[in-house]
Design a protein around this ligand. Structure first.
Ligand code: ATP
Ligand code: MG
Ligand code: MG
Ligand code: MG
Length: 434
């Protein structure tokens, strides 16, 4: 992609409406624009990051045995009357009336819709277990939308739902998602800590929030310091027993302020008290929806039992802000390789100079052939301005090409995260990147 043609409306000034760094940087880097309170458009650079996150989430869901579906954003209120949540949900639910005076709503979550799909299509224990997920837009009319995409009203969520025959099988489904979440956040370059959580309006008994630590986090959180050094397992057998992994992570104390109490038992020096951002939340709620909505299966002995369910959310759009909160410096964003909108910024210091243009074209071809995505700065800005833009948008590598270097047979390779710059030959730059 050529920067001269790319829609990248960067801002030099710090937007005054943005209170936290990720919101400021997303606006300055031309990733998003606000449409109205809590509702955003995603511009090309932002959308590439959103899609990259989505893809990692999807791969880890699929690996753990979940299957992707797509449910409607607009739902019928009838289902919510059946589950009993229509009146309980309150003002966060955007209620709509259609032309036939039927009550509709824009989905804040999808337990009812998926339970309805289940009950109409699955009748036998033989068809269990099932785990269905989607990556789709939700609407919640938040009292205080703020911090950009971190607390939007319209936001992208991965929401998954498991269906099992009995509590034990449902627990195993919960463990699978627990481990899939550890792996997902790790691949996103984040340290997300599972913390015991309240189940709130979703209901149920077993629940964990996945929290990343950041000064701008909205909730106070507490955990044993050893949790900060843990990394998830590399190779997971999702058909095997995952309880040991679950126990290993949950035996160390971690709780959000709602659950935190004086009897945590962690020695003073080992307790980390910090601010956290909720990026994921998993629930095991048994038969809370299957009983009122009549989602039952016949068992081996011919009797009929309500199915045991869980639900599993990841804040995909919130993660874009969350990753920036966790990875930036004074100059701008520092994308982890796994979610970077492009892998390499190819900075042409003298666009229009035949030799430099040719060297850049050759590099672009060879980087692309190696499967790397490249953003070429072919504009006629000053070098200083080009460097500032690149540091702002934060691609992992900058490959800087100019006539002076080329005359000596070298280009400059800069790693955004460390700021290290090395003069290297074209061949060794390519060897390093590919
Ligand atoms: P919060 O406590 O931040 O309001 P929640 O507990 O209401 O979130 P859940 O119902 O658990 O949210 O939804 C699953 C995930 O969706 C959350 O963990 C979060 O990452 C994301 N999410 C929830 N609300 C928003 C929002 N308003 N904007 C962006 N992401 C959100
Ligand atoms: Mg909420
Ligand atoms: Mg919450
Ligand atoms: Mg939650």
């Amino acid at each position: 992609m050529r920067l001269s043609r790319y829609f990248l409306p960067t801002l030099k000034e710090t937007p005054s409406e943005a209170e936290i760094v990720s919101h400021r940087l997303m606006l300055r880097a031309g990733m998003i624009r606000q449409h109205t309170s809590g509702i955003y458009s995603w511009l090309p650079l932002g959308l590439r990051v959103l899609r990259a996150i989505e893809q990692i989430v999807r791969e880890e869901q699929d690996r753990a045995g979940a299957q992707e579906i797509l449910m409607p954003t607009v739902q019928s209120a009838e289902l919510w009357r059946e589950s009993g949540r229509y009146d309980d949900y309150g003002k966060e639910m955007l209620r709509i009336v259609d032309r036939h005076e039927r009550d509709m709503l824009y989905g804040p979550t999808h337990e009812e819709v998926v339970t309805d799909i289940f009950r109409k299509n699955i009748q036998s224990y033989r068809d269990l277990p099932k785990n269905l997920y989607q990556i789709h837009w939700k609407f919640r009319d938040e009292v205080r939308p703020r911090f950009g995409v971190m607390r939007g009203r319209e936001f992208l969520m991965k929401d998954g739902y498991s269906f099992d025959l009995d509590p034990l099988a449902a627990r195993r489904a919960y463990y699978r998602m627990f481990v899939a979440y550890l792996r997902t956040f790790h691949r996103l370059g984040l340290k997300a800590i599972p913390m015991a959580a309240d189940t709130g309006p979703i209901g149920g008994s077993l629940s964990h929030e996945f929290i990343i630590l950041a000064e701008t986090g909205e909730s106070a959180v507490f955990c044993h310091k050893d949790l900060l050094d843990k990394t998830p397992p590399q190779n997971v057998d999702y058909d095997g027993d995952l309880e040991p992994i679950f126990k290993e992570w949950t035996s160390l104390y971690a709780a959000t302020d709602e659950k935190h109490g004086p009897d945590h038992g962690v020695p003073e020096g080992d307790l980390v008290s910090a601010r956290g951002i909720e990026v994921g939340h998993i629930f095991n709620f048994g038969t809370k929806y299957s009983v009122p909505m009549g989602a039952t299966v016949t068992t081996q002995d011919g009797s009929s039992v309500p199915v045991h369910m869980g639900s599993y959310g990841i804040g995909v759009s919130r993660l874009v802000g969350g990753i920036i909160e966790a990875s930036h410096d004074d100059a701008g964003i520092i994308w982890p390789d796994s979610v970077a909108p492009f892998q390499v910024a190819l900075v042409n210091l003298k666009a229009g100079d035949a030799q430099t243009d040719a060297a850049c074209a050759d590099l672009e071809t060879r980087l692309a052939a190696a499967g790397l995505s490249v953003l070429i700065d072919d504009t006629d800005e000053r070098p200083g301005a080009k460097f500032a833009t690149q540091d702002l948008i934060g691609l992992p590598w900058q490959l800087i090409v100019g006539p002076k270097g080329l005359a000596r047979g070298v280009v400059e390779l800069k790693r955004r995260a460390t700021g290290e710059r090395h003069e290297v030959t074209v061949e060794s730059a390519l060897a390093h990147l590919t």
